[in-house]
Design a protein around this ligand. Structure first.
Ligand code: OAD
Length: 233
């Protein structure tokens, strides 16, 4: 295996696989359909323009599903990892809040957050966990609210900060992500080119990226707690 020194800079990228053991389905196992909705209807700006009620119906269901799931050992282990290394940066592609609920702090949701809404008129972003089954309106300007989610064709949040961290990390750890969606899929090669060592955790051997120095072919709930044992000070 390998050892990570607590003074080294650790960059972690998580994907849908880390929440799979909590009961949230991953994307690529749904055959292009999300809970019987077409991706282009519910996850594109054009879909929202066509039918905001349908889009809110979809996200409302996912927001309410979030209340029925709990963080798993992988989320808790990452929160603990943050305490054990001095320079830790967690980026998630997930829109659920399981990292926060497990105790992770200052993480970056590059694809947005299910429990946040954004006004189409004034751009204000708010935390909102109410039932939003109709067309919700902004309390400041009465503009239409949309989910604060990065849809297909939109640019993920805070890419400059992410690329800066990638250029300076000593370790890149990718957990539960298929590498099918850019730009997150290219983070591993960016980290590698900057001299980082790379670790991937995924139970599917077919998901092993070309640039993985270490590939742990296990579920996140089993493998991430073991990473804690590799930290030395
Ligand atoms: P995917 O659904 O593409 O991939 C999930 C990965 O998790 C797969 O490689 C599985 O093998 C792996 N996996 C399944 N169970 C696991 C477990 N228990 N432990 C570890 N890994 C497991 O999800 P992402 O790579 O996150 O974007 O997808 C990236 C983006 O695609 C999403 O953020 C979303 C979607 O389009 C947006 O919504 C913008």
């Amino acid at each position: 295996m390998f050892n990570i020194h607590s003074s080294e800079k650790v960059f972690v990228l998580t994907g849908a696989g880390i929440s799979a053991e909590s009961g949230i389905r991953t994307f690529r196992d749904t055959g292009g359909l999300w809970e019987n909705f077409r991706v282009e209807d519910v996850a594109t700006p054009e879909g929202f323009e066509r039918d905001p009620v349908l889009v809110w119906k979809f996200y409302n269901q996912r927001r309410s599903d979030l209340k029925k799931v709990e963080p798993n050992p992988a989320h808790y282990a990452l929160a603990e990892l943050q305490k054990r290394v001095l320079d830790f940066f967690l980026v998630t592609q997930n829109v659920d809040n399981l990292h926060e609920r497990a105790g992770s702090e200052n993480l970056l949701h590059m694809h947005g957050e299910l429990l946040k809404v954004r006004c189409l008129e004034c751009g204000k972003v708010c935390h909102d966990d109410r039932d939003l089954s109709q067309e919700p309106r902004c309390s400041a300007c009465n503009g239409l609210l949309r989910p604060h989610i990065v849809w297909f064709g939109e640019v993920p949040f805070e890419m400059d900060r992410i690329m800066d961290k990638l250029s300076r990390c000593d370790w890149f750890i990718g957990i539960g992500t298929s590498g099918a969606v850019y730009p997150a899929a290219q983070f591993i090669s960016a980290a590698r080119h900057s001299g980082a060592k790379t670790v991937f955790i995924n139970p599917d051997p077919g998901s092993r990226p070309r640039y993985a120095d270490y590939f742990i072919e296990e579920k996140a709930g089993t493998a991430v707690p073991k990473i804690l044992e590799q930290i030395i000070s």
